[in-house]
Write a protein that binds this ligand. Structure first.
Ligand code: CDP
Length: 202
């Protein structure tokens, strides 16, 4: 089995940027597991039944600009609370994690449920205001502008749902290393993550 890095944390904490940079640095493959839930959520918004959508998910479904839309994020967090949907997505995530060349997976439950044996577990956080500010900037660049208050409400709403669900709630694994990026530039957060992964023998 290859080297596995799990990166979990709340909405818009910078997991995506950090995961991509870690994967690039070490030559590992990267899976943004949030995209799986977003793709299921998008199908549900189009009228599909959640479990059927999860079971029928194809690689192409993940390559879609609409998945970043705020309404899809909300739909993702709702389907993510359904145990049957989560169960349907486990095998794909675990086989990705076992890739020979190494893998970085980011999400909410990677260190706790999907890859409890990961070689390095990071938990990336920041205050809700800082996360909402970063997401507001990202969405504005993509022309998906909401008001700052709407972005903050989305982040807080999803965090509460993701932390409060019974199945695979968002929380750090007991052996996860926390990186609070509230007062860090994203480049410094990336450098900290790379150093931690290196220190674990990657
Ligand atoms: O990019 P952002 O942090 O805003 O969200 P995301 O990682 O794309 O995840 C969207 C939603 O999918 C989250 O709010 C969670 O409800 C759900 N999710 C999950 O339950 N488990 C994961 N491993 C990844 C995402």
């Amino acid at each position: 089995m290859g080297f596995t890095v799990s990166i979990d944390g709340p909405a818009a904490a910078g997991k995506g940027t950090i995961s991509k940079a870690v994967a690039l640095h070490f030559g590992f493959a990267h899976l943004d597991t949030g995209l799986l839930y977003r793709a299921v959520g998008a199908k549900v918004l189009e009228g599909a039944e959640p479990l059927a959508a999860a079971l029928a998910l194809m690689a192409d479904d993940l390559d879609n600009d609409t998945l970043r839309r705020p309404e899809v994020a909300q739909a993702a967090s709702k389907v993510a609370a359904l145990p049957a949907v989560r169960a349907a997505l486990v095998d794909f995530q675990r086989s990705f994690a076992a890739r020979v060349g190494g893998a970085v997976l980011d999400g909410r439950d990677i260190g706790t449920v999907i890859c409890p044996e990961a070689d390095v577990k990071l938990f990336v956080t920041a205050s809700a205001e800082v996360r909402a500010r970063r997401r507001f900037a990202e969405l504005s660049v993509k022309g998906l502008a909401q008001s700052f208050d709407e972005v903050l409400a989305d982040v807080q709403d999803r965090d509460a749902r993701d932390m409060g669900r019974a199945d695979a709630p968002l929380k750090p694994a007991a052996d996860a290393i926390e990186i609070d990026t509230s007062d860090m530039a994203i480049e410094d957060a990336v450098a900290a993550a790379v150093a931690l992964v290196e220190a674990k023998g990657a």
